[in-house]
Ligand binder design. Structure first.
Ligand SMILES: Nc1ncnc2c1ncn2[C@@H]1O[C@H](COP(=O)(O)OP(=O)(O)O)[C@@H](O)[C@H]1O
Ligand SMILES: [Mg+2]
Length: 329
């Protein structure tokens, strides 16, 4: 059986907020599974259910073959969790933080010391073991949290937005630690993120979640193929007129106005630029810039939701969705 299985997993807060809406998941042993979605999509809530911190309203989940509601202690023993919000004690050293955590699992002093040394090595913090955490950088804190999540030899590690708020360089370093854990220790990793590049770089498979629902699950490469088209981005003085003209052409898959530019979805983009420029000319639209790119996960997200993952207002979208649902029932 897969390491993580969820079927119809649902969480409704306060009887009205549908945070997670009938999520089905299967994470195989040894896989890095990326859970990608914007703020408020339901990522943390899903992790909280899978790691037994809150109970599902509906549906069920198994982690390491244990039922998260009926066998929470067994589930907790086989998982490590790194929360979105830091939970370290600033007034303790790195080593003391780990020791405090290890006592909860009832390890002897010898076992604790041995294990602390091991996990600190895994995240390259050996040299900082006796430093107070208040002197750690953001990246070091995150690494210490990952180390803490590994103290009791978990089979599966949950990482909730592991690089949130870190600079690009530190983020990349954390990525390498995560990959290394997965490859060298075979730890199954379930990570949430709203960074496309992160999901794409780390994940064997990605589920895209939006407003509590999984919209698609696949490998990063296959997700890009699903969209399949190139995107020509055009800045001009009249986006609407050009959009209207382009939409009449059968070689144009779709046109969106997005981030103050026109996004034209076509197959074989490089062969279509000349035609596009001519059309603009014919309707007296002045093109300021033109840009061609292969689809990325941002396009995949846009393709399925009609919105950018970076756009604000998802909470708003959720309210509308709930209103629609109420009207239907
Ligand atoms: N304890 C809670 N009580 C009520 N609503 C909540 C609670 N936690 C989260 N929510 C709501 O559930 C939705 C999903 O939140 P969350 O799982 O934190 O999303 P994400 O981690 O993807 O940003 C949001 O609309 C959020 O406001
Ligand atoms: Mg979250």
């Amino acid at each position: 059986m897969a390491t993580i299985v969820a079927k119809g997993l649902t969480k409704i807060y306060d009887k009205t907020i549908v945070a997670v809406d009938h999520v089905d998941l299967e994470v195989k042993e040894g896989e890095i599974f990326g859970f990608l979605g914007p703020n408020g999509a339901g990522k943390t809530t899903t992790i909280r259910m899978l790691s037994t911190l809150i109970k599902p309203t509906e549906g069920y989940a198994y982690v390491c073959n244990y039922n998260v509601v009926k066998e929470p202690d067994e589930v907790r023993r086989c998982i490590g969790i790194v929360f979105q919000d830091p939970a370290l004690d600033d007034q303790l050293t790195g080593k003391e933080n780990l020791d405090f955590h290890a006592r909860i699992y009832g390890l002897s002093k010898n076992e604790r010391n041995k294990r602390i040394e091991e996990v600190l090595k895994l995240v390259r913090l050996e040299d900082k073991a006796d430093e107070f955490v208040k002197n750690y950088s953001g990246g070091m804190r995150r690494r210490l949290e990952i180390a803490r999540g590994l103290m009791h030899y978990p089979k599966a590690l949950f990482l909730d937005e592991p690089t949130l708020g870190l600079d690009v360089q530190t983020r990349r370093a954390i990525w390498e630690y995560i990959l290394n854990l997965n490859k060298s220790k075979g730890i199954t990793i379930f990570l949430t993120t709203h960074y496309m590049e992160e999901a794409e770089y780390l994940s064997d498979r990605i589920a895209i979640i939006d407003q509590g629902r999984i919209i698609v699950t696949d490998t990063p490469a296959q997700l890009r193929n699903l969209v399949g088209t190139d995107v020509i981005t055009v800045s001009c003085n009249d986006h609407q007129s050009l959009k209207t003209e382009l939409e009449k052409k059968d070689w144009v898959d779709k046109v969106l106005i997005h981030n103050g530019a026109l996004e034209v979805y076509v197959r074989g983009g490089e062969g279509k630029i000349a035609a596009l420029v001519k059309i603009a000319d014919d309707v007296d639209v002045n093109i300021e810039s033109i840009n061609l790119r292969r689809p990325n996960l941002e396009d995949v997200y846009l393709h399925y939701t009609g919105r950018s993952i970076r756009e604000e207002g998802n909470a708003n979208g959720r309210m509308k969705m709930m209103a629609r649902r109420r009207m239907r029932s």
